[in-house]
Design a protein around this ligand. Structure first.
Ligand code: FAD
Length: 444
């Protein structure tokens, strides 16, 4: 079996390793237009805070690891076309064009940062650093800039703001909504983080949608309906769009241009699959599917596609959008539905808040937690955690509870470890389940 995977990043690489395990004798080819593989998109922050040395070392996999598994890697090769009926793709390398046939094809070409809506956002002073060439350019420009605008107040924008603050830059953050990270947090949960960012110098421009960027001799002019700002450079910290210019007309797509796949990740063409940022993923809490470009979805779809290459056996479980990061000394994590999104959920929801020490002795910092659940059935729907203690891993427990359809009653008495130094007498995740139940009692 000859398997060709286009795109050697999180999705493509995880698929290649999983296919090698399941099909030890398969011929596996990974193709990518980059010169190197495995760049970590958040690497620029690791570089500026000196967690890593040279930016090229922000890598999650090496060429050697692929070679060790007998996976062939073709770099500097851009796929420019395909014939899905004839089972062949066309790629460009050093100005020559070549054909490659396949028995099974996996589309893992991910996404890039671009916007049709913001005029001028393709200027080279508007920095996009998902891939290594972009990040190298961004490093130079950021170092030379005094005043930087961030377009987007999601995870990328938040993390960039912190990095820029540490570099003593003047930071302006534009966000069309009225608070940070609105996809993942309710306003009251993220407010302390936002206040700390303001106190450290971030100038927020909430409720402002960037419409136009003009590259001028003096710098970049950022225009919204409410204001104009002249700055030295801007960071494009917004949504990404799939890279699929090479598809032929037989591969069906959604209106947002992502590839349409069935639950086994197969496209509308036999033997052709799509994974990672090329596809929408089913939202585990409703019957809809969404575009949720996250590494965890890319890796998991890579693992699942390996199961389904020969026979459709394993449906993809979907996503509840679990994230976590650290901003201005606060660890913040979220999974599942927010209270604000509850408006669109088809059942009434309830919420409960908890405040708890992270542990009695080991620098016991306060943890703020919130749980969102179905009012009637008590099924868990979402959770958010904010603390100066590192609680990031705890969100995975909550995510598993949601993914496996647990109720408050089941969740509050799940097993947990207790240690007098490292933990509290009741884990915050159990406490959230318990508070959820009691919040209902108070209401009645
Ligand atoms: P991609 O990583 O986009 O990789 C696609 C690959 O395909 C690339 O290597 C590309 O060169 C190649 N390719 C594209 N077109 C062609 C072609 N025609 N021919 C050959 N090769 C091609 N997610 C998280 O979960 N956590 C984070 O902390 C996080 N941080 C992020 C920070 C930034 C700045 C950005 C922009 C995104 C971040 N994300 C994060 C999102 C995450 O990067 C993506 O979800 C993830 O990279 C998707 O992986 P993928 O393998 O599907 O695609």
């Amino acid at each position: 079996m000859k398997v060709v995977i286009i795109g050697a990043s999180f999705a493509g690489v995880s698929a290649a390793f999983a296919i090698r395990k399941k099909h030890p004798t398969a011929e596996i080819h990974l193709i990518d237009k980059q010169q190197t593989i495995g760049y970590l998109p958040g690497g620029i922050n690791l570089y500026f805070d000196k967690t890593i040395g040279p930016i090229d070392t922000a890598q999650f996999v090496s060429e050697q690891q692929l070679a060790d598994k007998n996976i062939s890697l073709l770099l500097n090769a851009k796929v420019i076309g395909m014939d899905s009926k004839q089972h062949v793709i066309k790629y460009e390398k050093q100005k020559g064009e070549f054909l490659l046939s396949f028995d099974k094809l996996i589309l893992a070409t991910g996404s890039s940062q671009w916007s049709q809506k913001i005029t001028g956002s393709d200027s080279e002073k508007v920095l996009k650093y998902k891939f290594l060439p972009g990040v190298k350019e961004a490093i130079k420009r950021i170092e030379d800039s005094e005043k930087v605008a961030l377009i987007g107040g999601g995870q990328i924008g938040g993390e960039a703001a912190e990095t820029l603050l540490k570099m003593n830059k003047e930071v302006h953050l534009f966000e069309r909504m009225d608070y940070l990270l609105f996809k993942y947090f309710d306003e009251e949960m993220i407010r302390p983080v936002q206040e700390e960012m303001s106190a450290r110098g971030v100038i927020f421009h909430f409720d402002e949608t960037v419409e136009k960027i003009t590259d001028m001799d003096e710098g970049l002019l950022i225009e919204t309906k409410q204001s104009n700002l002249l700055c030295d450079s801007a960071i494009f910290a917004m949504n990404v769009r799939p890279n699929l210019q090479y598809l032929d007309e037989h591969i069906r797509r959604h209106t947002d241009q992502t590839v349409l796949v069935d639950q086994y990740l197969q496209t509308s063409q036999k033997d052709i699959f799509a994974i990672g940022d090329c596809i929408q993923v089913p939202y585990s809490l409703s019957k809809e599917s969404f575009y949720i470009p996250l590494v965890n979805n890319a890796v998991r779809t890579g693992l699942v596609v390996a199961q389904n290459l020969v026979e459709p056996t394993t449906p993809f479980a979907g996503s509840i959008r679990t994230i976590g990061t650290r901003l201005v000394d606060h660890y913040i994590a979220s999974t599942g539905l927010t209270e604000a999104e509850g408006l669109f959920y088809d059942q009434p929801i309830s919420v409960a808040h908890v405040q708890q020490q992270s542990s009695l002795f080991s620098r016991g910092e306060k943890i703020h937690g919130k749980i969102i659940f179905e009012k009637e059935s008590h099924k868990l729907l979402g959770a958010q955690l904010v603390s100066k203690a590192d609680i990031l891993e705890k969100i995975n427990t909550l995510a598993l509870g949601i993914q496996t359809g647990q109720t408050l009653e089941e969740f509050y008495q799940k097993d947990f470890l207790y240690h007098p130094y490292y933990s509290n007498v009741i884990d915050i995740t159990n406490q959230l389940g318990f508070e959820g139940l009691w919040s209902e009692a108070y209401e009645d």
